[in-house]
Design a protein around this ligand. Structure first.
Ligand code: CAA
Length: 385
């Protein structure tokens, strides 16, 4: 999108994006296929992002971050995802993990933890989902925390926790008063090495294989009261408010995957000769490219507007965040399927990146709320609960 006027902030953000594009081109893109094959958290990419202050973009300068806009943050995630969805997720989940503290943490929690997240010294995670509680996050939650003097005693288990095995601090949601339903859930910061917390199963996944997804088990795990975020019973509201601001990050990941797939497919069609001319000269394939481009640009406009609403604290950001995730996730899936089709047999081969991009795209329709959940959220903004 072309800004109407150029301001010092916009120029600064463009300069940051230029640096990110160069890092992606020189350091991330060449690693993407190997990261997928290794199925391990890429510590070299984590160091690269840390050295270049990418973990701290939306964290205020007073807490060690860049104090950048939310719009800049989604653009950075998008740029990285064009080459490597797993690496982009590292930035998005750092944001997801930082948000509970940014939005509702005490000053002591903010000072203690945010600078470490901003610098990349610490990795964050967010643990809401359980084996029997995915979409119905509040109603089916089993993990519980019982107050015992100056500590809460946490018992239960969480699944599908992105970066749970490499995280230094995890926001964990647990029931503190079952009789109160969604108003009986609280949020806690659990630090790595806390006795009673252990990493369980590591999922074997279709895509985003460089981003570990794990089970976390809590048994008699004692959390200091000082690590509770917000008041007792406010946990679910915090969880939802955080997702409102983190869903655009996943939308940005999806958009980046889609753009990366379109770029690759376009280049391929211009080089591949069939029937005596480049495939790009076949009108049927041109129409596919045109539709992919149009869908991507429509998704981008929606996402950037959602990000602006996050920056402005707009009252309708809940539905805009959901719409951005819905649109970008669906576009990522459709565009990557078409990109595979455009490459023909090569598209189906792991030797070409669109195969990985198609596998990576799928999760953007599932995590941080399925596309069906996004529709519920959007519809409720029209007709109420
Ligand atoms: N902001 C503030 N408060 C909110 C809210 C929001 N966006 N959404 C709901 N609430 C509040 C409600 O106002 C209500 O509060 P009161 O009791 O005070 O009125 C309370 O929360 C309960 O709300 P609902 O009755 O609407 O709750 P529900 O049980 O019907 O669920 C839901 C609503 C939208 C379906 C929600 O459960 C949901 O979003 N589910 C999907 C969960 C999800 O996205 N999980 C992703 C896990 S994280 C992840 O995937 C990360 C990763 O790996 C990268």
């Amino acid at each position: 999108m072309t800004p109407a006027v150029s301001t010092p902030e916009l120029e600064e953000e463009e300069a940051i994006l230029d640096v990110v594009r160069q890092l992606v081109r020189e350091k991330v893109q060449p690693r993407a296929a190997a990261i997928d094959v290794a199925q391990e958290f890429p510590q070299d990419i984590r160091r690269l992002f840390a050295e270049n202050d990418l973990f701290g973009i939306p964290i205020p300068a007073e807490h060690g971050g860049l104090g950048g806009s939310f719009l800049l943050y989604v653009k950075v995630v998008e740029e990285i995802a064009k080459a490597c969805a797993s690496s982009a997720l590292m930035i998005a989940v750092q944001e997801l993990g930082a948000l509970p503290i940014l939005m509702r943490g005490t000053e002591e929690q903010r000072q203690r933890i945010l600078p470490k997240l901003a610098s990349g010294e610490w990795i964050a995670a967010y643990a809401l989902t359980e084996a029997g509680s995915g979409s119905d996050a509040a109603g089916s939650m089993q993990a519980q925390a019982r107050l015992d003097g100056e500590h809460y005693v946490l018992d239960g288990s969480k699944v599908w926790i992105t970066q749970g095995n490499v995280a230094d601090v995890i926001t964990v949601f647990a029931v503190t008063d079952r009789s109160k339903g969604a108003r009986g859930i609280s949020a806690f910061l659990v630090e790595k090495g806390t006795p009673g917390m252990r990493v369980g199963k590591i999922e074997k996944k279709m895509g985003i294989r460089g981003s570990p997804t794990v089970e976390l088990a809590f048994e008699n795990c004692r959390i200091p009261v000082a690590n509770r975020i917000g008041d007792e019973g406010e946990g679910f509201k915090i969880a939802m408010q955080v997702l409102d601001k983190s869903r655009p990050g996943i939308a940005a990941q999806a958009l980046g995957i889609a753009q990366g797939a379109l770029d690759y497919a376009t280049g391929y069609l211009m080089e591949r000769i069939a029937f005596g001319k480049p495939l790009s000269q076949q009108q049927g394939l041109q129409f596919m490219l045109a539709d992919m481009k149009t869908e991507i640009e429509a998704a981008r406009l929606l996402l950037y507007e959602a990000a602006r609403k996050c920056d402005a604290g707009s009252p309708d950001l809940t539905e805009w965040a959901a719409m951005s995730k819905l649109k970008c996730g669906d576009v990522a899936m459709a565009v990557t399927v078409d990109a595979v089709q455009l490459l023909g047999g090569y598209g189906y081969s792991a030797d070409y990146p669109v195969e990985r991009m198609m596998r990576d795209a799928k999760i953007t329709q599932i995590y941080e709320g399925t596309q069906q959940i996004q529709r519920i959220v959007i519809a409720r903004s029209l007709v109420g609960r």
